[in-house]
Write a new protein. Sequence first.
Length: 307
Amino acid sequence: MAQWFITDKGANTAFGISVASTGVAGIIIPLMVILISDRLGIQWTYHVLNLIFLLFNIIALIIIEENPVSNNNSSNNYQQMMSDDQENQTRGKSKKVDDEEEENMGCLSTSKTSKVYQLLFNNMNFLIWLIIGFLRSATDFIPFTFVPSYATFIGLSPSQGVSLITTMSLAASFGSICIGLLADNWLGKINTIIVFTAVSSFSALIGWTFVYNYQPLLLYAIVFGFCSGSYITFVIPIIGEVTNQDTFSLGVSIVYLVNTAGVIIGPIVANYIESIYNIEVFMVHKLICVLVPASSIIFMIYLKLRL
C-alpha cells in the first residue's frame, strides 16, 4: 500500500484504517464462532471459517495491485547498483589488489539476494526498528491474551472477561484511525509511536498492575486498546523510511518474522519467569507490559535522532 503514496500525507491514515480492520475482526469472528458452533458444531465451525478466510484472501489477491512506477524504479535502482558494483570489482582487479583487499571485497556478492541482505543488515536504522518490533510484539498481545483470564482469576464472570476483550478490540479499531490522523496532520510517525507507547505503558502500571476489580480494568482495556495499534500502524511506513526500494520487500519479511518470534516468545518468557519465582499470579505479565514498552521508547528516540 505504501507504493501508492508519493508522500506521507494520507498514507498513515490509510494504514490506520487497514489496521482498524483487525479490531473489527476481533469482534465479529468470536460472534461468528458462537453462532456457527451452536448450529453445526465446533469442527464445522473451523471449516466454515477457513472457507470464509480463503474467499476473502482470493478477493484480495485479485484486487490488490503493485504500483508499476514503483516497481520500475526499484528494478532500475537495482540494475544501477549491480552495475556500479561490477565496475568497482573490475577496477579492483585491474589494479591487482592484494589478497587481503580482495578478501574484504569478497562480501560484495554478485547475487541479488546476497547483495540485498548485506545492504539490509549493514543498515543501523533498520536494525533499531527490528529491535523495536520485537519488543513491541512480545508485549502488545499479552493483554489481549491474558486479561480475560486475569478477570476470572480475580473473581469476575466469564462474560465480563469477554467484555474486556471486546472493548479492547473496539478501542483498537477507533484508536488506529486516530493514530494515523495524528501522524499525518500533527505529530509525525515516530512522535506518535512514542506518545502512544508511553500512554500504553503508564496505563498498564496504574490500570492493570494493582487493579483487582472490573471498572478500572475496563478503563485499562479502553486505554490500552486505543493505544495498541501505534506500532503495527507504522511498521510498514517506517520500514519504507529506513530502507530503500531494493531492500524494502526483504526488510518487511524479516521484520514480520522477528515480530512473529516476539509474539511467541513474550508470553512464554512471562510464564517461565512466573513459574520459577514465588510471586503473585499474572504479576510478571503486568510488569512486562509496563517495562518492555517503556524500554522500546529509548530505541524509538534513538531512531528519531538518526533519521
